[in-house]
Design a protein around this ligand. Structure first.
Ligand code: DLL
Length: 433
């Protein structure tokens, strides 16, 4: 079912007229309220009144995570702080997180967008939504929660972890819709097998999976092993959280972007020139209605392409192809965004550690595991084993404190990690998605 028939099936022309009106209003507001954006626009020689058509979007400067970092924590908020009712955060590139805020109206739009997402995936009133996205600063848990309530479904706010209990609840409460990361879905399938629970004895019908990259192969495996239809959903904190784009259950091919709220572009990551539908490049979003934390031409670093062909579900929104990669080195480990620079930040704050390290990522069963190999200075290495062990544990603890993920630290002798002859290779990702 289409949650909001009026907007989701707007003829393209009417949609573009609406987008332009909203864009002009948004740019004017941002220009008036946020000195940083105002300065950036002045540097680029553009004023709000220069935005006369959607094509003029390309005159506006891009926004990156670096801009967010420079304005940490609230410098890019576009409303007086009294109007902010929610704060979320995701990983920054170093020690500080990326912070986003929402007004009451933003939360209301988000609930609408997530109700659309759920509906797009085939969920409806009467469903029992098993929400295993993490609740907390991460946008997944609460984002999905409000959407499920708006839809009129019964939501189980189970959050992540404790898989055996999750499965018991699924059995006892009759969960029909599963929401979690695709890797956690596979993990649940493993645990079901261990517990001797037959997935077809459960009521699960559909799963809405996202927050990390996955593949068609993974979709097939999840669908087979959990006996449900697997839908890809996409979003990012800076733009809203989940609820930016979603596959429809009819086609399961390409994610409809909710274009009345977000204006998508695909740009060539080298020249930064916009590319036409069909061509691969970096996804860029401009928010059209956000009050507390609007973004202008935000560079997601995610690689995709736009699909302009009409879809059999009746939605007129363009689709984006599933994310096929990133232009930077961000990793997603068990649903947590991790930048190698964050790990470097931890390592460099510890005495006796050399600036040579290697991050090795693997998938054991359906769980991501990471090992950080790091060189230590000569005098530490020749010290007692106990000293080395203590140092290793200290690094593991500090990485856990900053990133919230466990890793294994392996201290190695000086000069054993291969030196680069150009761009250092810091990450070996052995996961096959
Ligand atoms: O992951 C929001 C979200 C929550 C989306 C729940 C879907 C479901 P962040 O933590 O800010 O927000 O991470 C955003 O995750 O730039 C992508 O690199 C990646 N990502 C999100 N969804 C997908 C997906 C949430 N369906 C970053 N496929 C994005 C591939 C995804 N990558």
């Amino acid at each position: 079912m289409i949650w909001n028939e009026e907007f989701e099936t707007l003829p393209r022309e009417a949609l573009q007229a609406l987008q332009l009106k909203r864009l002009q209003h948004q740019i004017e507001r941002v220009h008036a309220a946020v000195p940083y954006y105002r300065n950036k626009m002045a540097e680029a020689g553009v004023k709000p009144s220069d935005i006369k058509s959607l094509k003029d979007l390309r005159k506006l400067p891009f926004t990156t995570k670096e801009d967010l970092r420079l304005n940490y924590p609230f410098g890019l908020f576009a409303v007086p702080f009294e109007r902010v009712v929610r704060i979320h955060a995701s990983s920054g590139t170093t020690g500080k997180p990326t912070v986003v805020g929402y007004t009451k109206r933003d939360i209301d739009s988000w609930a609408e967008l997530m109700a659309r997402t759920l509906s797009c995936g085939g969920a409806h009133q009467g469903d029992v939504v098993h929400n295993a996205y993490g609740y907390g600063l991460f946008t997944g848990g609460l984002g999905a929660h409000y959407g499920a309530e708006r839809l009129g479904a019964a939501v189980i706010p189970i959050s992540g972890g404790n898989s055996k209990r999750q499965i018991m609840i699924m059995q006892d409460f009759g969960s029909t819709v599963l929401m979690c990361t695709p890797s956690y879905a596979l993990n649940l399938a493993d645990v079901m097998k261990e517990m001797d629970v037959d997935p077809s004895s459960l009521k699960l019908r559909v799963g809405l999976f996202g927050a990390e990259p996955w593949s068609e192969n993974m979709r097939e495996e999840i669908q087979k092993r959990l006996n449900l239809k697997a839908i890809d959903i996409f979003g990012l904190s800076e733009v809203m959280g989940p609820g930016v784009a979603s596959e429809c259950v009819e086609e399961q091919h390409g994610l409809h972007i909710f274009e009345d709220y977000f204006l998508p572009e695909i740009v060539d990551p080298k020249t930064m020139e916009p590319l036409p539908p069909g061509e691969h490049g970096e996804l860029v979003f401009t928010t059209l209605t956000k009050e507390a934390f609007p973004v202008i031409r935000y560079r997601t670093k995610d690689i995709s392409r736009l699909i302009a062909e009409p879809c059999s579900c009746g939605r007129t929104f363009y689709r984006m192809e599933r994310i096929t990669g990133r232009t930077d080195d961000m990793l997603i480990i068990r649903g947590v965004n991790v930048f190698p620079s964050q790990i470097e930040h931890v390592l460099m704050s510890i005495e006796g550690v050399e600036p040579h390290y290697l991050i090795i990522v693997d998938r054991e069963g359906s769980l991501d595991v990471i090992e950080v190999q790091v060189e230590v200075s000569e005098n530490i290495f020749s010290d007692e084993v106990k000293v080395l062990e203590k140092l290793g544990k200290k690094i593991e603890r500090e990485i856990k404190d900053l990133l919230g993920i466990s890793c294994k630290v392996k201290l190695v002798e000086p000069k054993t990690i291969q030196r680069s002859e150009g761009k250092a290779k810091r990450v070996i990702d052995n996961r096959k998605l």
